[in-house]
Design a binder for this molecule. Structure first.
Ligand code: ATP
Length: 546
């Protein structure tokens, strides 16, 4: 089901009530106009009851319009809330592979820009719906006043709607183009923020990014957006012209057609002038609604997982880790720009409880890819993964993930420390590990919250190790953890921390380039262009894996 249908379905009963309230309010508004017209034509026979009726209609108008606005505003905001909830859950449930394909820029763009656009559009919903009922009630009143004049009004209205529909179409095209340009703009923003050091050092690169990439995109986006707004502003004036055209024709028809009396002409003109405001408010809201629609299309294009259930509704069972085996496992990155993606494997590999295994290999040989396969973050393209002898599939992959804690090169440091069940940890234990990793002078902890994560890269990695200790998972995967450590701490890591983890019963898989410390490992595997070869720890010799 599309996201729009889902959101509308959830708000169905409120929408029905809001429509009812809008109808009552619109009818009250038109009844007031009709009453004034009647008084102008017929005069007042009973002043007190006319005033009473007038006040009653005003009260009904106020009560029903407030009621409908309250309902509609709430529908708008709860749709935005649900959209945010739905999107964040769907992103969390989307495979890492898909998220990596999309890139963080596209995802941020949807979460910030597109959600705001949809939010703006849904806020127009109350205005548009309320005013549509008002226009509808007004048209019914015009029909009642004079079917002949109404026929003419209908011809002009149909013509007006036809031109609006044509323009709405081209507006949609222009705004879709603006949205696409905004994606490119967001990539430039990312370069400006993330590449700050490189840009500050290299004036030429700065010039290329600013003058040759950012400015042309920003300029084109500005031109397209302005063109769309101008087209719509012209359309608003055109609609106003059509309204005055109707008024003119009604006026002259009143002079020429005998069956149309002066009183009907006055009533018509009064009603049409009254309907001008709701009409222009509806038309005003159309670009915003189209932008919201374009944003919804962009959200759908992300092709996120349809599953929007929250993490705590999913089963997350933990099992005791004994062995993990890979049998003829292959992983193939998708083809990109016609170029075949990197292939890892087929690989035969196994790790047993309590082992300390090193994965080595040159840059781009597939170590991190294998790490993501082992941890269950990537799904094998072929072959089998067996956890404690049971084959891993989509229904039990979370068991594999639950066994692992990992630090990847692009890790994220959370400032709250939690254990494997997501519960807060006691400060004393955290402080112990902060001291053990020699960062207690930089970071402190209070009620499970770290005082800072703004540290040097090496210190951030140590802090990530503290978080990993506190998670207390059974298998630890450390992807080039020691690469940013100074020689002294590197020695501590390989000679003290890793052996201690092993003594504590942990299974450790470490990706490493540090051949000085290969003797620490129980087994070493080397990756070479996606193929796994076992490495003799003591003689530093290669022999076939499996
Ligand atoms: N997200 C991705 N999408 C497509 N291809 C990728 C992706 N990540 C890595 N690759 C490709 O897979 C190959 C293996 O990458 P991987 O990160 O596993 O290597 P690595 O051995 O960990 O390298 P390094 O030592 O440089 O970290 C690389 O050649 C790279 O081109």
């Amino acid at each position: 089901m599309s996201i729009t249908k889902q959101l509308l379905k959830d708000a169905k009963s409120n929408i029905i009530f809001a429509m009812l309230a809008s109808m009552v309010s619109a009818s009250a508004g038109i009844a007031i106009i009709a009453g004034i017209n009647y008084v102008i034509e017929q005069g007042i026979t009973n002043l007190p009851s006319a005033i009473g009726l007038y006040i009653a209609l005003l009260a009904l108008l106020l009560a029903s319009s407030v009621w409908s606005q309250v309902l509609l505003v709430n529908i708008g905001y709860s749709m935005v809330f649900k959209l945010r909830k739905n999107l964040v859950n769907r992103i969390l449930n989307t495979s890492i592979e898909r998220q990596e394909q999309l890139g963080s820029t596209d995802i941020y763009n949807v979460l910030t820009r597109d959600v705001t656009m949809v939010s703006n559009a849904t806020r127009q919903l109350p205005v548009a719906m309320y005013n549509s009922f008002l226009v509808l009630a007004g048209l019914l009143y015009l029909l009642w006043l004079s079917p002949l004049l109404f026929l003419f009004v209908c011809v002009v209205v149909v013509f007006g709607v036809w031109t609006d529909a044509k323009l709405t179409n081209s507006l949609q095209h222009m705004l879709t183009k603006v949205r696409r340009l905004d994606d490119t703009l967001f990539q430039h923003y990312e370069a400006v923020v993330e590449g700050r050091n490189e840009l500050a050092l290299n004036q030429k690169r700065r010039h290329v990014l600013f003058d040759e990439q950012f400015l042309p995109t920003a300029e084109e986006s500005r031109a397209q957006a302005a063109k769309a707004e101008v087209v719509w502003a012209v359309n608003l004036n055109w609609t106003t012209l059509l309204i005055f055209f109707i008024i003119g024709v009604v006026f002259f028809a009143g002079l020429k057609i005998e069956s149309v009396g002066q009183d009907v002409v006055i009533a018509y003109i009064l009603a049409i002038m009254f309907l001008r405001t709701p009409l222009s408010m509806i038309l005003d809201s159309i670009p915003t609604v189209i932008k919201g629609n374009v944003a919804l299309q962009a959200i759908n294009r992300l092709d996120l997982n349809e599953d929007d259930s929250a993490a705590d509704t999913k089963q997350s069972t933990s099992i005791d880790f004994n062995t993990l085996q890979l049998k003829q496992v292959q992983y193939q990155y998708p083809t990109h720009n016609g170029e075949a993606g990197f292939t890892l494997g087929p690989i035969d590999f196994e790790v047993h409880k309590g082992e300390l295994i090193f994965l080595i290999g040159g840059n781009g040989s597939g170590k991190s890819t294998l790490a993501k396969l082992l941890t269950g973050l990537y799904k094998e393209s072929s072959g089998q993964l067996l956890l404690n002898g049971t084959q891993i599939n989509d229904s039990n992959r979370s068991q594999l993930k639950n066994c692992f804690s990992a630090i990847f090169p692009s890790f994220y440091l959370f400032s709250d420390v939690v254990d494997t069940h997501g519960s807060s940890q006691d400060d004393e234990k955290i402080t112990h590990y902060l001291e053990r990793l020699a960062i207690n002078s930089k970071v402190s902890v209070q009620q499970g919250k770290l005082s800072t994560t703004a540290l040097s890269q090496g210190q951030r990695k140590r802090l990530a190790l503290v978080l990993l200790y506190m998670e207390n998972r059974q298998v630890l995967l450390l992807d080039e953890w020691a690469a940013d450590q100074d020689p002294v701490f590197r020695e501590v890591f390989y000679r003290e921390i890793l052996p201690q983890l092993q003594r504590d019963g942990k299974t450790v898989i470490a990706i490493s380039h540090d051949d000085h410390y290969f003797d620490v490992a129980d087994r070493i595997y080397k990756l070479d262009y996606g193929q796994l070869i076992q490495f003799d720890v003591h003689q530093h010799k290669l022999f076939s894996a499996g």
